[in-house]
Design a protein around this ligand. Structure first.
Ligand code: T1G
Length: 709
């Protein structure tokens, strides 16, 4: 646990060498600022000030990083008031202090560096103030010092986005005074410190006001920023408090600005938004851990990979590899499909270049990492393959037969199926232990969830290798047991069903979408259906109806498809669309079709409250998530939240599906589901786990999967 400093391993060491006092932060894993670190820094500065041998001081981080910020685990809990803040001690030092940065200087870590008099960094270092991403704001003077160093506009952009800024750009902005060669940080830092040791007065960022003039020339910049984030920051406070603090840096003297920052920080620390985002932060770290995997497990390394199938999904997966600098072969036996797939990838990148979120040079680099292939021999030496061909069993089996024959011994064979039986696929090979599911979400180059599905014969090494592969291509890997729809989609299926059934009972698509947009989704589920095409799910329903005569289906949705209303691509779906415009327009024709089919099928129609709409959709998934945990198909409830946040666009400031359900409480969720069970029957059978939590008052987000031993 950060802050577990011991006598023989203090969180901060102070060493004097050759006239330089070294302040070394040593609080693994990321040198988070704990009370011991705070006290240690203050004491070290005082020692340096008092020691006549010390001409200047250098602050360094031990291990892989400078300082990754305050200890996030300490938020929301009572904290000892430090006798002196590190920022005041550093800022007030009469001898220059140099922050020598490697790895990360984030949050309180960058604020510590800003309180130093000079900042130097190795080329690979990253700096940032990402507090807004955990629902708070920089509370260590960052909102007052950064604008003084780089100007309010650039500071506001960094603080409101929370992005990590590479050393080169940080130098260009003026945060970093020098980018070092980075061969020997300590040595290079000594050379720098000696160069400035005698310079007086020591440069204090707090005294710098010239950059603040920028705002006097453009006083509207703060409102402009508020407007520009309005859509994305809906229902959130932290981004606006960040802007208010930077504004205070311009309108108030330094110490008053610091007081404003402290006041607004305190308003946010225990907000629901901050609690939810903190939960999400740690849930996204916990999800990587699979209990019971022996620490000394030999995990096969994946350095080269191939993707089979150059369709939309295959292309998106190949882009994920290239986006992470990972060379990948993209195989499709059909040259035309391959060409089309490459063209789609090129076009996706071109759109990003046009938007300015990617340079042409970077686009070319990524395209060069994607090597087209038409024959299995061309990929035979790859360490792993992800198959993403048509979602039809015979097609999958044929591909895996060829892979088994062509791939080198030890190669891992993953399938991206989202609904087919992965054991049946793996069993066509002689190496089912080297098989697993790796399910990505649409669009695959954007969504971060990488669901790793354990088959009956998947070896622990294959499982661990797949989990690592997901992280290596910039995704968040999450474990799933093998069952129909695995974990993420299985929790989503009841949501989709309730979405369709509420229409039969009288709800309107635009009402449902309004509720979900107000809840925080960028788009409502019906508008999303129109975007991906209503025919996609139609085919799945028809296949299910063919396999199971009792399958209920969704007659209203089917009618739309049968009338050629496939969504955006036909200009009409649940909504209608003007030519060349993706804005959904409410269409009375849809209302008429709904009424028509409802009358034909004898569906009784009524009105819905917004609350009922929200709960019907999300409670159905909460209930299913509990059933999945009961069956041991997921390890933790928080893993399911991570899947929803990074696979289904669940509003991050609500923490996730289970975290949100806890804001209502397991008892109320259970009681409502029990009522719907009475009214609607088996599909609403309450999960036993949910019932237990309702009775015990337990938290849904802390529920664990009942894994088979
Ligand atoms: N506090 C506590 N634990 C932390 C931590 C932090 N700030 N940062 C990381 N950890 C733990 C993490 O939970 C994991 O633990 C291990 O370190 C490795 O992390 C006053 C108020 C630095 C980019 O928001 O973004 O300063 O799971 O797996 O992928 O204004 O960690 O192994 O037990 O993420 O290499 C602001 C948060 C705090 C940065 C490294 N700082 N950290 O990523 O490793 S608020 C942040 C990160 C603040 C001041 C305010 C990333 C990283 P475990 P990891 P990584």
């Amino acid at each position: 646990m950060p802050g577990d400093a011991t006598a023989d391993r203090p969180a901060v060491r102070f060493e004097v060498e050759d006239g330089i006092g070294f302040i070394i932060i040593d609080n693994p894993p990321v040198n988070a600022i704990s009370p011991d670190v705070r006290e240690g820094i203050v004491t070290a500065v005082e020692k340096g000030e008092a020691d006549p041998k010390v001409k200047a001081m250098v602050m360094l981080g031990a291990g892989r990083s400078f300082i990754a910020g305050a200890d996030i685990r300490a938020f929301g809990k009572p904290r000892p008031t430090p006798r002196r803040t590190t920022y005041d001690a550093l800022d007030g030092s009469t001898k220059p202090v140099v922050a020598a940065i490697h790895g990360y200087a984030l949050g309180g870590g960058l604020e510590t560096a800003l309180a130093c008099h000079y900042r130097i960094a190795v080329p690979t270092a990253k700096v940032g103030l990402p507090e807004v991403l955990i629902g708070i704001l920089p509370g260590g003077g960052g909102t007052q010092r950064l604008p003084r160093l780089i100007g309010p506009k650039a500071a506001m952009e960094m603080i409101v986005s929370g992005r990590h800024v590479p050393a080169g750009e940080a130098k260009a902005l003026g945060i970093i005074d020098m980018v070092l060669p980075g061969k020997d940080l300590r040595k290079e830092a000594v050379a720098f410190a000696k160069g400035i040791a005698d310079k007086r007065p020591v440069p204090r960022v707090r005294d710098r006001v010239e950059k603040l003039a920028e705002a006097k020339a453009d006083p509207g910049m703060f409102d402009a920023m508020r407007k520009s984030i309005a859509r994305k920051a809906r229902n959130q406070k932290a981004p606006y408090h960040c802007i208010a603090c930077v504004e205070a840096a311009v309108t108030q003297p330094f110490d008053e600005g610091i007081a404003t920052e402290r006041r607004l920080f305190n308003e946010l620390e225990n907000s629901d938004e901050a609690k939810a985002l903190r939960y999400a932060f740690f849930a996204e770290r916990e999800v990587a851990k699979i209990p019971g995997v022996p620490k000394d497990l030999q995990v096969p390394e994946i350095k080269t990979a191939a993707v089979i199938g150059a369709g939309t999904m295959g292309g998106g997966i190949a882009m994920s590899f290239a986006d992470s600098g990972f060379p990948v072969k993209l195989l499709d036996a059909n040259r035309e499909v391959l060409e089309k797939g490459l063209a789609r990838i090129r076009n996706n990148y071109a759109v990003s270049v046009k938007r300015g979120s990617l340079s042409q040079e970077e686009m070319d680099k990524r395209m060069a990492l994607i090597e087209p292939a038409e024959a299995y021999e061309a990929i035979a030496d790859c360490d792993a393959v992800i198959e993403a061909v048509f979602e039809q069993m015979p097609v999958k089996k044929a591909v895996f037969g060829k892979l088994d024959a062509a791939m080198k011994p030890g190669a891992l064979l993953f399938t991206n199926t989202s609904a087919l039986e992965i054991d049946e696929i793996a069993n066509v090979t002689k190496r089912p232990e080297a098989g697993a599911g790796t399910a990505l979400f649409v669009p695959a180059h954007v969504m971060k969830t990488f669901e790793v599905v354990e088959g009956a014969k998947t070896s622990p090494a294959t499982l661990a290798a797949a989990m690592k592969l997901g992280r290596d291509i910039g995704k968040i890997s999450a474990y799933a047991g093998n069952c129909d729809g695995f974990v993420a989609n299985r929790t989503r299926i009841p949501f989709n069903l309730e979405q369709g059934l509420m229409i039969e009972e009288g709800a309107l698509p635009e009402q449902v979408d309004k509720v979900m947009v107000e809840f925080g989704y960028p788009l409502g589920p019906f508008a999303v259906n129109d975007m991906s095409g209503l025919d996609i799910s139609y085919d799945t329903r028809k296949r299910r109806a063919a396999e199971n005569p009792n399958y209920r289906g969704l007659p209203i949705t089917d009618r739309l498809v049968e009338m050629g209303r496939l969504g955006q691509k036909t200009g009409k779906g649940w909504y209608r669309y003007e030519k060349g415009d993706r804005t959904p327009i409410v269409d009375p024709e849809t209302h008429a079709i709904i009424k028509q089919v409802a009358a034909e099928k004898g569906f009784a129609q009524r009105t819905f409250t917004d609350e009922e709409v929200l709960r019907r959709l999300l409670f159905s998934s909460v209930n299913e998530a509990c059933k999945i945990l009961e069956e041991g198909k997921a390890i933790r409830a928080s893993d399911i939240d991570v899947m929803w946040l990074n696979g289904f666009g669940f509003p991050r400031y609500r923490g996730g599906l289970m975290f949100w359900a806890d804001t209502i409480g397991a008892r109320e969720v259970y009681n409502q589901i029990a009522i719907w069970h009475q009214r609607y029957g088996a599909r609403w059978r309450p999960s036993r786990l949910l019932q237990e939590l309702a009775e015990t008052g337990g938290l849904l987000r802390e529920a664990k999967g009942r894994m088979a031993k």
